[in-house]
Design a protein around this ligand. Sequence first.
Ligand code: IDP
Ligand code: MG
Length: 155
Amino acid sequence: MEQTLVILKPSCVARGLMGNVISRIENKGIIITAMKMMQLDEKILREHYAHLVDRPFFPELAASMMATPVLCLVLKGVDVVNVFRKMTGVTNGRKAEPGTIRGDLSMSGQANIVHASDSVENAKIEISRFFRPDEIMDYTPANLGFLYSEDDLNA
Ligand code: IDP
Ligand code: MG
């Protein structure tokens, strides 16, 4: 099964929305295999947001990501990278569809509650950036047969 990296940003942690987002993950039937609070620093943010370091808003983005600890998660599921990106909504919370995490919880293009890996390849890189292998609990939940059919699991 696929895995993806999610970060609950300071805009989520500081506003008391961690439970809201975790509930959405659990309600959807996505398996949480790791969860850890971290205080990010400039070094890890320059790697994580390498595609944005030259943008004028990068200093403010980096500061916003260091404002409080964040909660990092690894999620597991069939096609979970795409499924969770859809649940996240587009980058700007004011443009994200109602029903999505950003569409329901954010009014901002920057303080947009969550980070979610955008491809399977990037998910692998990002998971190894934020977690050691022994921090990831690769268990099979007892309700797996009620989350998926055999067809889903063989797809
Ligand atoms: P994504 O989080 O939807 O994948 P990216 O383009 O990868 O969007 O940007 C990473 C993060 O950088 C965004 O989630 C947002 O917090 C911030 N960001 C992106 N574009 C802007 C911008 O134009 N102004 C301010 N912050 C931005
Ligand atoms: Mg991105």
